[in-house]
Write a protein that binds this ligand. Structure first.
Ligand SMILES: NC(=O)c1ccc[n+]([C@@H]2O[C@H](COP(=O)([O-])OP(=O)(O)OC[C@H]3O[C@@H](n4cnc5c(N)ncnc54)[C@H](OP(=O)(O)O)[C@@H]3O)[C@@H](O)[C@H]2O)c1
Length: 309
């Protein structure tokens, strides 16, 4: 798979990222057993085999279990660490009540604990997971400096941040932000007024910060017909269009969704979330598809739900 540099001077990432949020099988840690471990290892093996070199984590995934599984996988596969890059996230406190926390202590302590679980020498990119309304940007800058100086984290990024939040943090930390992870998929175009429409993607391009796309299949809702919180007609129309256009490119609906995201000039990198080896392998083929403008817009129009103005 082709690789790209994250941000101005970040690490090399495969164009499709493998997301590890679902590798434990569920967020109920008591359900994790040898059978689930086999499934997790099969998914990770398929991703490595298909050329994904970037693995996405967060401290909270399955209440830290996903990072622990991945750390075990690295220990069981010597030599793999040098061939891949690892992103993880912090900034959500899973307490009662739940809070967002970008304080110095929370960032530094979370990153150190992630590194222990991941057993991987250093974290390539640390993202702040969801905007903390009480953030002090200088504290974030101090935390990044500490983690970089001690070698825990090489680069930094944000997630779910709009233009204003990216600028607030960028002013404090300088050029060290390499990506912003956003919910980007065809069921989030207009009328949702999210990153597709509000200038976020143009701004990231101008700042040379790489957008990465979480839940590229809308958490599976785009792949299914039965459960969906978008108007069914739009979802069904998007699916039918992806299937129809996919026949031209000899690719399935999910692979076409990845190709549609990859075609955007801001350099979106989709994060594949399936745990099914065949799907992980198939979606990697999106790297070889160059969608035409007409085909891209046909999918956009289906998602828009009516003819373009
Ligand atoms: N920054 C954030 O706030 C944030 C939030 C959410 C996620 N993330 C990241 O984004 C990654 C991807 O998110 P996601 O897992 O929600 O991605 P997704 O690709 O939108 O959804 C994956 C789900 O779709 C199902 N699926 C995939 N292809 C299918 C098909 N052809 N037919 C039926 N079902 C299909 C998968 O089932 P199978 O496993 O059975 O194939 C899986 O349950 C996560 O791993 C995480 O790293 C970040």
């Amino acid at each position: 798979m082709k690789t790209v540099t994250l941000g101005n001077n970040g690490p090399q990432s495969s164009r499709l990222i493998y997301g590890c949020m679902r590798i434990a099988g569920s967020w109920n840690v008591e359900d994790y057993d040898d059978q689930q471990k086999k499934l997790a290892y099969a998914a990770l093996g398929a991703a490595v085999e298909a050329g994904y070199t970037h693995f996405d984590h967060a401290d909270i995934y399955a209440h830290t279990l996903c990072e622990t599984i991945f750390g075990g996988y690295l220990a069981d596969n010597p030599g793999l660490r040098e061939k891949i890059m690892i992103t993880t996230k912090c900034g959500i406190r899973f307490g009662d009540p739940k809070t967002f926390d970008w304080s110095y202590d929370h960032i530094v302590n979370s990153a150190r604990k992630s590194l222990e679980r991941l057993q991987c020498g250093s974290i390539d990119v640390l993202l702040l997971h969801r905007p903390d309304y009480l953030v002090e940007a200088d504290e974030v800058a101090r935390a990044f400096e500490t983690l970089k100086a001690e070698g825990t984290v090489k680069c930094f990024g944000l997630s779910n941040c709009n233009v204003q939040r990216v600028e607030l943090i960028r002013q404090a930390v300088g050029d060290s932000l390499v990506c912003n992870q956003l919910e980007l998929h065809p069921l989030r175009v207009a009328p949702w007024k999210g990153p597709w429409e509000d200038g976020t993607l143009d701004h990231l391009k101008r700042r040379n910060i790489t957008p990465t796309a979480w839940s590229p299949l809308a958490g599976g809702r785009l792949a299914k017909r039965s459960v969906c919180d978008e108007p069914d007609s739009v979802r069904d129309q998007v699916q039918d269009t992806l299937v129809k256009i996919g026949k031209k490119y000899d690719a399935d609906m999910a692979t076409m969704t990845m190709a549609w995201l990859l075609r955007h000039p801001s350099g979106i990198l989709p994060i594949v979330g399936s745990r099914t080896p065949d799907r992980i392998t198939a979606m990697a083929k999106a790297d070889d598809i160059e969608l035409s403008r007409v085909d891209w817009y046909e999918i956009y129009t289906a998602a828009y739900g009516k003819n373009l103005p």
